[in-house]
Design a protein around this ligand. Structure first.
Ligand code: BES
Ligand code: MN
Ligand code: ZN
Length: 459
């Protein structure tokens, strides 16, 4: 990761960036030298949100940058726009900076680029960490977010199940975690039938990645991430528009690895486990079929309603394994349903849990760190939508309603012993760039979860 934050108090010259709201602009420029005041007025700068204006001295040298905050400041990561707008150089924030640590994080997150397949942009737009910010924390969080983004942005030809395994091994090595991987037909032998069934049609073998870190007797937190490296829909093939972005269907895996990276870098006093069923949902003569009945790891028989609902199947076996050791907190993250986007759009992932106190806490941490999440209900009445006439459960509802809820209800059937279970149905992608959130792969929910976990288990 390109670290663009300069430690507070280190020497060097910086161009001040003066943050100003629309309402304060007139008052602020009153104190400026006439040449700068006139420049502001003649260029029509109004301090609209995200607007910048370079101010010269008498010789034409840029001596400060005005940065507009707009009128209502509802975009709390607005400072994340600056690294994409300013020329390379060193800057410091002055004026109205209400949330300095979030501003520093937004700046770092806004400097992200994905350059694996082209020449990197070498310009460094650096920021002196504003006073009162924990630069170490900002760096660890950004590192986790960048890892998640990189993994999602990588095209599926270079991010298959084995590549995802390699990424997990690399992270594991960096933090002295242990890792075991069960791949191919060994999945059948070790009783992960659903992971095997979903992944078996691909020439790139399915696998279950199992990473452990921390002291065995510390509180157990287990993260499970959907690692569908490409989702064609299987025999229930997706149409082109629906398939176009499906390299991101391992977004849950990318996010749990990002979250694990932050937790391990901060050395939180927890026993962490990360489980990633990594598969490719392909079309082939060996593909699982609609109407098949498969026995899951847990023993429940599952009737396949649609091979495009593959995520919940691979998660079911991983959740059953996770649940067996009764973790204190079991978190799963998945790009699980299109229905979640219909309900809440791409920027606001729903989460589901039976634990009301946990839900309240997660919602308030999400707001605090501007990593929005919204609780949706595990509505018990909709459980009947998953009834099968020939198996213990159907894995989808036959109707068009409540698709994200029924997916969550299906997952919940495989969790009985974890103290708290939360499921996040994420999008994992920013369709249109926003400050601090470049277009492309995105981490969603991990900053909120980290805030909660680090408060509950302080290092
Ligand atoms: N990976 C998709 C869900 C998805 C699609 C997430 C687009 C984000 C953006 C998942 O595997 C899927 O295809 N789900 C189906 C389920 C349906 C067949 C019950 C869906 O949501 O349409
Ligand atoms: Mn699918
Ligand atoms: Zn999928």
């Amino acid at each position: 990761m390109k670290n663009v934050l300069i430690p507070a108090g280190s020497p060097g010259s910086r161009i001040p960036v003066l943050a100003v709201s629309e309402a304060d602009l007139a008052r602020v420029i009153r104190k400026f030298p006439a040449i700068q005041r006139n420049w502001v007025q003649n260029t029509g700068f109004l301090a609209r949100a995200g607007e910048t204006l370079h101010l010269p001295d008498a010789k034409g040298k840029v001596v400060r940058v005005l940065f507009g905050l707009g009128s209502n400041q509802d975009e709390r990561m607005v400072f994340g726009k600056l690294p994409t707008m300013l020329p390379g150089g060193d800057y410091e924030l002055t004026g109205q900076v209400d949330e300095p640590e979030l501003a520093a994080l937004a700046w770092q997150l806004g400097s992200y680029t994905f350059d694996k397949y082209r020449e990197p942009n070498d310009s460094h737009v650096r920021l002196v960490a504003p006073r009162g910010t924990d630069a170490g924390n900002v760096g660890r969080v950004a590192e986790g977010v960048f890892l998640a983004r990189d993994l999602v942005n990588m095209p599926a030809n270079d991010m298959g199940p084995e590549d995802l395994e390699r990424a997990a091994r690399k992270l594991s090595k960096a933090h002295h975690a242990t890792i075991t991987v069960t791949a191919g037909d060994k999945l059948l032998k070790d009783n992960f039938p659903l992971i095997h069934a979903v992944g078996r049609a691909s020439s790139r073998a399915p696998r279950l990645i199992d990473m452990k870190w921390g002291k065995p007797d510390a509180p157990k937190i287990t993260l499970v991430g959907k690692g569908v490296c490409f989702d064609t829909g299987g025999l229930d093939l997706k149409p082109p528009a629906g398939m176009a972005l499906m390299k991101k269907d391992m977004g849950g895996a990318a996010n749990v690895l990002g979250l694990a990276s932050i937790i391990m870098a901060a050395k939180l006093p927890v026993r962490l486990r990360v489980l990633i069923p990594a598969v490719e949902n392909s079309v082939g003569s060996d593909a699982f079929r609609p109407g098949d009945v498969l026995e899951s790891r847990k023993g429940l028989t599952v009737e396949i309603g649609n091979t495009d609902a593959e995520g919940r199947l691979v998660l079911a076996d991983a959740l059953a394994l996770a649940d067996a050791e009764k973790p204190e907190l079991l978190i799963d993250m998945a790009t699980l349903t299109g229905a979640a986007r219909v309900a809440l759009g791409p920027d606001l992932p729903p989460f589901y849990t039976h634990d009301d106190a946990f839900a309240d806490s997660l919602a308030s941490h999400a707001t605090a760190v501007d990593d929005p999440l919204w609780r949706m209900p595990l509505w018990p009445r909709y459980d009947t939508l998953l009834e099968s006439r020939i198996a213990n459960v159907n894995h989808i509802s036959s109707g068009p309603f409540a698709g994200s809820i029924t997916a969550a209800l299906f997952l919940a059937r495989f969790v009985e012993q974890a103290k708290t279970h939360v499921h996040l149905d994420i999008f994992g992608w920013t369709p249109k760039a926003r400050p601090g959130r470049p277009e492309g792969g995105e981490a969603q929910g991990i900053r909120a979860l980290y805030a909660l976990i680090s408060e509950k288990y302080p290092g």
